[in-house]
Design a protein. Sequence first.
Length: 169
Amino acid sequence: MEYKEVIKQIVILAFEKARKESLQILKTPLSKHISFKIEHDFKIYISEKTFVRYYDKFIVGKENAAGKPNRRILDFLCKYIGYDNFIDFYNKKEKNKKKNKKKEKTDSLNFSSLLHKKKMNGKNFLSCFNYIKTFSQKKYPKSTLSDNLNKYLFVLLKLNLSKMFLSLD
């Protein structure tokens, strides 16, 4: 993951947390909230203007809004969002990224073998769609159905099983 992307994620997560805690929606009150919480919880003052600049640069996309963030500030932002420091945030994100890739690969292989076992290769789109729907509801009951359908339809395409959609009964 690129350094700038990691910082962007940290800033986004910090502002999302501030939005939930303060019920504010504008960048300046949210920045004041973040500044206050960091000062209150960690006994270090970071100006709300710093967070306004980070918001402008990493969320709005204004490249000249701020320079490269100070590592110390990134550490405190990571503490604010629930990590030990910047390195902890980065390591956990990378670990989750690898874990998700491995899980996606395993799920796609499991799903492919299920379709083969159920002899769904020659079935029409509707039959496959209904099977995917049933499978995804059992496998991921807490996720939304549309997310599951999109995920498994993508997996089907990724595995080159899209030919089954073209076959007729």
